[in-house]
Ligand binder design. Structure first.
Ligand code: AMP
Length: 379
């Protein structure tokens, strides 16, 4: 196949598994480039629905519906990684799936993911598989306390995890797994959490965005700033890790690497997400190419766009909690002309639910953070 034939050109139809805000912003970027978008998602009334050309509403397990969806598109990608393997395999019968289902399969399971990283020489915290109380007792003895116990599958935003500080907590923590397979990780003494969104094409071209520095609140991403306030060697090291991991996995598409920067200046990989990432939302307003356009380019075989940061930027998430005292005062947040508002079109503002975000750009990272926090506080 020549490289010309590998290109999925504007006018083609892109399929997305998942209909949340990442799918919505992907669809908006794809439409701008002249593609059509079909979204497959089990839930009704999702953020991607109003901006998609067609919605397929059915469970991921309905493989006939999945095959029907795949037959209407030219390529399938993801905005949500906890899709069953059988779903991506059913799509792959008729069209390329990018990244491939095996990448999804690996990143859906913390033990598989950390095992792969460790075996390929990427830095991860020591960890053990937990299938019994005895396993957890041995793991806490060997790796020490404190440590973090997580479910091996389907965890995100800190769900299904607990920090253990004392051997007396071990039995209750094991019971908390409720029979699910677990992973026990040595606690990382980190100074900062950062992430790198990298993209790779079928031809092996690679581009990473500048490193994002992330602050969490209650296990949910709260504020991201770029450039990250880390030395140039760590910035380069994080981007090199991103490249190494995408190449080792043979990713075609986007993949986000979440990392810890330890107090003694090392990088430790925490998690992989085979898709765009909340920390990359500031690329919409601050980079030459946004992460969603980069996903379109990567999965369609187009040349990757420049990831250069035009201006330091910060992003603050807007959770449903912002609505608790009545409707937010958007006019107050936007009184600063450098503030950009992004809302995902979700009807019900439940506490903890990601409803939208604000981005600011400023002469320095510190000023961008101060401005975005101030804008959110004015809501
Ligand atoms: P995760 O669900 O693995 O992304 O973890 C959610 C958050 O918990 C991370 O962003 C960290 O703040 C914290 N965390 C997870 N694993 C560890 C670890 N091994 N050591 C220290 N903090 C951790």
């Amino acid at each position: 196949m020549t490289s010309v034939q590998r290109i999925i050109s504007p006018g083609a139809t892109l399929g997305v598994l998942g209909g949340g805000q990442l799918g919505r912003m992907f669809a908006m970027a794809a439409r701008r480039l002249g593609y059509r978008i079909h979204v497959y998602c089990p839930e009704g009334d999702t953020p991607a629905a109003p901006v998609a050309d067609r919605i397929f509403h059915a469970p991921y397990e309905d493989l006939d519906a999945v095959r029907g969806f795949a037959r209407t598109v030219d390529v399938v990608t993801f905005e949500f990684e906890n899709v069953p393997s059988a779903t991506s395999e059913a799509c792959a019968e008729s069209v390329p799936v990018r990244p491939e289902g095996r990448v999804l399969h690996l990143t859906q399971h913390r033990l598989r993911e950390k095992g792969f990283l460790r075996d390929h020489g990427f830095p991860v915290t020591p960890f053990r598989a937990i299938g019994s109380l005895a396993d957890l007792q041995t793991a806490t003895r060997e790796l020490g306390l404190p440590g973090v116990l997580k479910t091996a599958s389907f965890g995100y935003d800190g769900k299904g995890q607990r920090t253990l500080r004392d051997a007396a907590e071990v039995p209750a923590a094991f019971d908390g797994l409720e029979g699910e397979e677990g992973i026990y990780e040595a606690l990382v003494d980190f100074a900062l959490e950062v992430s790198v969104v990298g993209a790779r094409t079928l031809d092996g071209a690679f581009a990473a965005f500048p490193v994002f520095e992330n602050a969490h609140a209650h296990h949910i991403l709260d504020v991201t700033v770029c450039p990250a306030r880390i030395p140039p060697d760590l910035e380069a090291g994080a981007r090199a890790l991103s490249r190494g991991i995408l190449e080792a996995l043979g990713v075609v598409g986007l993949l986000t690497v979440e990392l810890f920067v330890t107090r003694d200046g090392r990088l430790v990989v925490n998690e992989l997400a085979p898709r765009t990432h909340n920390s990359g939302h500031l690329t919409l307003d601050a980079c030459v190419t946004c992460q969603f356009e980069q996903q379109v380019r990567a999965v369609c075989g187009l040349p990757l766009g420049s990831t250069d940061l035009r201006r330091p930027a910060a992003m603050a998430n807007l959770l449903g909690d912002v609505w608790k005292d009545g409707g937010p005062r958007w006019d107050r947040a936007l009184a600063d002309p450098d503030v950009k508002l992004h809302l995902y079109g979700k009807a019900a503002p439940r506490p903890g639910r990601k409803m939208g975000h604000l981005t600011t750009t400023a002469p320095t990272a510190g000023e961008a953070i101060a401005a975005v926090r101030a804008a959110r506080a004015r809501l």
